[in-house]
Design a protein around this ligand. Structure first.
Ligand code: SF4
Length: 327
């Protein structure tokens, strides 16, 4: 590990001032400390923001939820409001990481986490994300876990977060506060960046900006939702494929459908073609299967993950069936 200085911010102003000077924010530390140990990351200054007052989950006008950036994954998953209004968020969190990590890691840190591509974490391998211009060892290497959607020549790594898939499906907003005190709200779809030619830049966040909250908008009720994660083992493993689904059905007709996939895209992958296929229709087994057929549109599998398009379709179909019923 490279030497670094550590400072604990007493309040938001102190944190933002340190962020403006180039300090890196740290709270749970479950990703950043690992990356520092592996010498993938070497920040000069860590600014501990764990004491800031960003640990509240509250209802917003109209029935949405605002989750403070420093609420832990475990506390978010267990919150009665989250469980009642957006079970898809609780389920995604409970299927993530391990109990110990969920007790430490925060919602803000979760959406800032970096890829689990093994070549990214191996400092002897070529990796455009870690070292721009060095190449991509995964393209010709072992790429079973990698992306089939949203990749570029420069990078084919997946985004590892489960709850980010739920946030993408529900069209959440990320609240940011800049060093100049200016607030900025970004649609979740714009917050995480596809790799393009700059895979080293993963979030649309400016130097010194602080994530203060993630807000889930109000959605029509009744709303049923859920998350399915398919992986190589039952715990402490990243998704091969996953699906976040939310459906509003009234009068026997689907009025709203929110669907996104994980484990397949360089960012959580919203599925608008699937959503369009569902809205205005009556739930049925045939509808779930026909909608899920569109889940892998545009997929470009790599040598070792040709199974992913079919697995993705089956994952989406199954979660539609679980959330929407089979009538
Ligand atoms: Fe690096 Fe991306 Fe290639 Fe993985 S897929 S080696 S993160 S450039």
């Amino acid at each position: 590990m490279h030497p670094f200085t550590y400072a604990r911010a007493a309040d938001t102003r102190e944190a933002l001032n340190a962020g403006r000077r180039g300090g890196r924010y740290i709270a749970g530390g479950t990703t950043l400390v690992d990356l520092m140990r592996e010498t993938v990351e070497h920040p000069g200054t860590l600014v501990d923001i764990s004491g800031l007052p960003l640990r509240e989950i509250r209802a917003t006008e109209g029935g949405g939820l605002r989750i403070g950036a420093l609420v832990t994954m475990a506390a978010t998953a267990a919150d009665p409001k989250v469980r009642a209004l957006y079970p898809v968020v609780s389920q995604a969190l409970e299927l993530s990481a391990s109990a110990q990590l969920r007790n430490m890691a925060t919602i803000g840190g979760n959406i800032m986490q970096r890829t689990r591509c093994t070549y990214f974490r191996d400092v002897t391998a070529a990796c455009n994300k870690r070292e721009p211009g060095s190449g991509c060892a995964a393209r010709d290497g072992f790429n079973r876990m990698h992306a089939i959607l949203g990749a570029s020549e420069a990078c084919v790594a997946t985004h590892p977060s489960d709850v980010a898939v739920a946030f993408a499906a529900l069209e959440a907003t990320v609240h940011l506060l800049g060093p100049d005190g200016r607030e900025r709200n970004l649609p979740f779809a714009d917050f995480l960046l596809r790799p393009g030619n700059t895979p080293n830049r993963e979030q649309a966040i400016h130097q010194g900006e602080l994530i203060t909250a993630v807000e889930i908008p109000a959605l029509p009720r009744p709303l049923k939702s859920g998350y399915l994660k398919v992986r190589d083992r039952q715990s402490y493993e990243f998704a091969l494929t996953s699906a976040a689904v939310a459906l509003h059905v009234r009068g026997g007709v689907i009025r709203e459908a929110k669907v996104a996939a994980g484990g397949v895209g360089t960012v959580p992958w919203k599925l608008p073609a699937v959503e369009r296929h569902l809205v205005g229709e009556r739930p049925s087994a045939a509808l779930w299967a026909a909608a899920a057929e569109k889940a892998a549109d545009g997929a470009q599998p790599l040598r070792d993950n040709r199974f992913k398009p079919e697995l993705l379709k089956r994952t989406v179909e199954r979660e539609l069936r679980v959330v929407g019923g089979t009538k």
